[in-house]
Design a protein around this ligand. Structure first.
Ligand code: S3P
Length: 188
């Protein structure tokens, strides 16, 4: 039991963690934070683990070690979370985590894998607000988004246990929808 009325009670028995995947700007970090608050879970961001391990910002990792170097850190961060076997986590992943096939079983070992989606327009609008994503440092970011979305869509779909379109939902509505689905699949 919890005394905090903000925390959904009871949540669900299994899986022990929620794992958010999806394209840049699909809402993983923001919705992850709200989910964690609603459930009383800890929120973990694989990008933050990568920055900590590398001792530099993501744009610098891409510049000095390339995308392959970044992916290496990202896979290590995922493996670390699986090994740690912690419970009650909401894990917000980087948008490219599905591009390495070896990451997929790790995502599933961690927990219930939820893909967040949004329309291309919404993604463009959201990612235009900050410049911290090196893959979008191109002459035509809109076109880059379009191409990356097309090539990654099947990868996200193959990795996801459940998919939620966040285009027209508030963060709180999206979080409630994920909790409802987790409850439905893993009743207490
Ligand atoms: C990336 C997404 C970013 C970050 C890095 C690469 C990608 O995370 O991991 O810039 O390949 O899609 P967000 O999805 O949180 O923006």
């Amino acid at each position: 039991m919890t005394d905090n009325p903000e925390i959904s009670e009871p949540p669900f028995t299994l899986p022990v963690n929620l794992v958010l995947i999806g394209f840049m700007g699909s809402g993983k970090s923001s919705i992850g934070r709200i989910l964690a608050t609603k459930l009383g879970f800890q929120v973990i961001d694989t990008d933050a683990l990568v920055v900590e391990a590398a001792g530099m910002q993501i744009t610098d990792i891409f510049e000095w070690k390339g995308e392959d170097g970044f992916r290496h850190y990202e896979s290590q961060a995922l493996a670390y979370l699986v090994e740690r076997a912690a419970r009650k986590m909401v894990v917000a992943t980087g948008g490219g985590i599905v591009t390495l096939e070896t990451n997929l079983p790790l995502l599933h070992q961690l927990g219930f894998v939820v893909q967040l989606t949004a329309s291309e327009d919404v993604i463009f609008e959201r990612v235009s607000r900050n410049k911290s994503r090196p893959l979008l440092h191109t002459p035509n970011p809109r076109e880059t988004i379009s191409q990356l979305l097309a090539s990654r869509a099947p990868l996200y779909a193959a990795a996801a246990d459940y998919t939620l379109d966040t285009s027209t939902k508030s963060h709180s509505q999206a979080a409630e929808a994920i909790i409802a689905e987790a409850r439905r699949r893993y009743p207490a």
